[in-house]
Ligand binder design. Structure first.
Ligand code: HEM
Length: 409
């Protein structure tokens, strides 16, 4: 049984997630009266099924809260309902369209150059001494991902402001202190956007600012979209960049086609480990009869370790061009920021390869909560490959793209 409320700060939950993926496909969720679904086929199917949606139904835990707490929780929930990811139907279609338009072409050559520059600079700056990969390499690069949308000046304050919102989303518990802090952060984000409306720093912010005055959307939606893209962009990308540090070796950098290695990083990271869906009508999932409104906690992280789809799932390997993970979701809510996150991770892999180094982690601490992967520290050092032992040299590896290239003429 997967211990959803366990403390995973010291232990990598990967083994527990892989065990859940290979074992029983479902688990009852006593805390919210729903179920967990662990297998890739169920997760993909439910994410794309019209029988489920994302709007939260009544949370039965609220009945036990004092009135003032229930009101605060309801306020935060009402704000989340404006996020693309927690909405459905017509509103979701409209706000998703706006989001896709704003993000179209966001990975410009300038953005790629800025990722490469930051990655190269950070790797050069740390040298051979021990350092924290999280603060010295991953954070500066994750910041660039936010800066690509909001501009350099806004990135740091927006990341700071959105931290409390992510903290609230990261826990499966009802935590009034986190709810309080998240509400305060939302006020800060609203104020930032209100001030930025007079001279938007980027076309992306200008687009969000236009929603503020649009009678079909308004200030709440504009603030919600800004909050979702900042939290949605920064924290999971930061986690994936940390997985590059923790998991990627010289051997992989030398022998794997980098876009395939990048996809393995995202599969093993799965920074958002769960996505929630609610039955819109009575529906059967495995042995469970769900009523309308019942919740299914879809475990993206176990689905990505499902041995039916990923043989030897904890190993990093070339899984071919058709390999698909659920890290960015599936169906109508599929992540529109995936290209931005992918290019940041790829830039870091390329920079490591250029520099001929890999990171060797010596001390790793994560945040304790299972629902999201977040690192506290990732101490270690850059290492170079040991000189090759004398003797016959192995044949140079060819990249899979070259291998599969058809013969001409
Ligand atoms: C490693 C990085 C990222 C991961 C793992 C990730 C993961 C996800 C997942 C799993 C979903 C779907 C959730 C569901 O269906 O319930 C999603 C949706 C979303 N993501 Fe990302 N994301 C990442 C980066 C980004 C970035 C860089 C942006 C902003 C540019 C972004 C913006 C969004 C938005 C706006 C949605 C909602 C889409 C909708 O509901 O239509 N994400 N993301």
């Amino acid at each position: 049984m997967l211990d959803v409320f366990g403390d995973f700060s010291q232990d990598d939950p990967a083994a527990a997630l892989a065990e859940a993926a290979a074992g029983c496909p479902y688990q009852a969720a006593a805390e919210n009266g729903g179920i967990y679904a662990f297998r890739a086929d169920d997760v993909r199917h439910i994410m794309s099924s019209p029988q489920f949606w994302s709007q939260r139904s009544t949370d039965r835990r609220l009945a036990h809260l004092p009135d003032a707490d229930r009101e605060r929780r309801a306020r935060l929930k009402a704000f989340f309902a404006h996020w693309p990811v927690f909405s459905d139907s017509d509103y979701h279609k409209r706000i998703r369209l706006v989001t896709l338009r704003l993000l179209r072409g966001i990975v410009t050559p300038q953005v790629r150059t800025s990722y490469a520059r930051v990655a190269d600079e950070r790797l050069a700056a740390v040298g051979g001494a021990p350092f924290d990969w999280l603060t010295e390499v991953a954070r500066p690069l994750a910041r660039e991902v936010v800066a690509a949308m909001t501009g350099q000046a806004g990135a740091t304050p927006l990341i700071e402001l959105s931290r409390a919102v992510m903290d609230e989303l990261a826990t499966a518990r009802l935590d009034m202190e986190r709810i309080e802090q998240a509400l305060a952060s939302v006020e800060g984000l609203r104020d930032w956007l209100d001030a930025a409306r007079t001279a938007p720093p980027t076309p992306f912010v200008a687009g969000i600012a236009r929603l503020w005055d649009d009678p079909d959307f308004g200030p709440e939606t504009a603030t919600a979209l800004l909050t979702q893209v900042v939290t949605g962009a920064h924290d999971p990308t930061l986690a994936a960049l940390c997985v590059v540090g923790e998991r990627v070796t010289h051997d992989q950098l030398d022998h794997l086609f980098l876009p395939r290695l990048r996809e393995e990083v995202f599969r093993l990271a799965t920074p958002f480990r769960f996505a929630s869906r609610y039955a819109r009508e009575p529906v059967t999932v495995g042995p469970y009869e769900l009523a309308a409104g019942d919740r299914v906690n879809l475990c993206l992280a176990t689905a990505n370790l499902d041995p039916e789809h990923h043989r030897d799932p904890l190993r990093v390997q070339d899984r071919g061009a058709a390999a698909r993970s659920l890290t960015f979701g599936a169906g109508d809510h599929y992540c529109p920021g995936a290209p931005l996150a992918r290019s940041a991770v790829e830039a870091l892999l390329e920079a490591l390869k250029r520099a001929g180094v890999a990171f060797r982690a010596e001390h790793v601490e994560r945040e304790p909560e299972l629902p999201t992967l977040r690192y506290r520290t990732l101490h270690g050092r850059l290492v170079r490959p040991a000189p090759a032992a004398p003797g016959p040299q192995p044949a140079p590896a060819t990249c899979p793209a070259q291998r599969s290239r058809p013969h001409r003429g």
